[in-house]
Design a protein around this ligand. Structure first.
Ligand SMILES: [Zn+2]
Length: 340
């Protein structure tokens, strides 16, 4: 209660001997499993996003925690439950303030909440405002389109400069078009095209070849009117790029593979079998750390030598690289944190 450093029980005696600080606030967290809500059936995502409504869903929260607090005094390991009137006002106040502070668990929860991905926001194309539209304008019929080069009747893109209708890219799985719209752009450099069949009064897939991305065209109604197309009269007949991406993500089963859906996984626990939680895009770092701590040299340096590192730690271990690596090593390799 002097330095406000958090220390696990295993290193408490050592810390006391080193510093002479012997009064601690003990926080014990008891894990309780939350019963699974079986009525919650998985719905097909409608949005290329993670963890938000309509997107791909991550695992629900499985546990909740109950906290028990007490004051522990070394070297006798004398323990008094907190709160209690046996504790001095100053200590009472100090402990209360610590418990009120935003603790790591709460921050982690907040990070998990933030661990969602809303999908990519479209940017307004820089070509939209002053787009060149050739005169005399072609008149485009409201349906019955086909690729001017290969006759394909689906996955067609209308170039907003000259009204040419050409097929889209071939996808890596062989579906899609014959790349004619892209090839045409490389010849003429007319930057914007809209996917026919995705146009409704409120939305449409517009691609900018120059910006190499899906974009927003705030003047789309005007750009289409140039070719005699009344945006309000069009119906959606083709899948949008987002819908196609969702299909592909589901078809390839990438999401299910990541989640290991359907496989009977045997839970393992103990030394070396402790996992790390994803704090929101930290899974890459987690996997690197797990690889490193499987290397015997790393285990010797940071796990076998833990006592020595903790004993020799500077007064501010939270900013000491060795101490923090040791802490991580203990977490991953001791097995204390993955009991079943
Ligand atoms: Zn074509």
């Amino acid at each position: 209660m002097n330095t406000f450093l958090g220390i696990g029980k295993r290193f408490l005696q050592q810390y006391y001997e080193k510093t002479g600080h012997g009064v601690f606030l003990k926080i014990q967290r008891l894990r309780k499993e939350i019963p699974k809500d079986e009525s919650n059936t998985a719905e097909k995502p409608t949005k290329l996003a993670i963890g938000v409504e309509g997107g791909f869903q991550t695992d629900e929260k499985r546990f909740e925690f109950e906290e028990k607090t007490s004051i522990v005094v070394l070297p006798q390991w004398y323990e008094v439950p907190f709160p209690s009137d046996k504790i001095s006002d100053q200590l009472q106040l100090s402990a209360t303030m610590i418990l009120m502070a935003e603790d790591a668990a709460k921050q982690e929860e907040a990070a998990a909440m933030a661990g969602t991905w809303e999908g990519e926001k479209l940017r307004v194309s820089k070509h939209a405002e002053n787009l060149l539209q050739l005169e005399p304008a072609k008149k485009i019929p409201p349906s019955g389109w086909k690729c001017e080069r290969c006759g394909l009747t689906t996955n067609l893109w209308l170039n907003l400069t000259d009204g040419s209708i050409l097929c889209g890219r071939r996808f890596f799985d062989g579906s899609g078009g014959n790349n004619h719209a892209l090839e045409y752009y490389q010849e003429v450099k007319y930057p914007l095209a809209v996917k026919l069949g995705t146009i409704t009064a409120t939305s449409a897939d517009v691609f900018s070849y120059d910006e190499d991305d899906m974009v927003e065209d705030p003047y789309l109604a005007k750009h289409l009117a140039h070719f005699g197309i009344n945006i309000a009269a069009l119906e959606k007949t083709e899948k949008t790029m987002t819908e196609l991406e969702i299909d592909i993500n589901q078809k390839i089963g990438e999401w299910d593979v990541i989640q290991e859906a359907g496989s009977q996984l045997k839970p393992v626990s103990g030394p070396g079998y402790t996992g790390m939680r994803n704090l929101g895009n930290s899974c890459y770092m987690n996997s690197v750390m797990q690889v490193l701590f499987n290397i015997p040299d790393f285990q010797r340096r940071y796990f076998s030598a833990a006592d020595q590192i903790v004993t020799n730690a500077p007064n501010s271990p939270s900013s000491d690289f060795n101490t923090q690596m040791t802490k991580l090593a203990a977490g991953l390799l001791s097995g204390i944190y993955s009991k079943n």
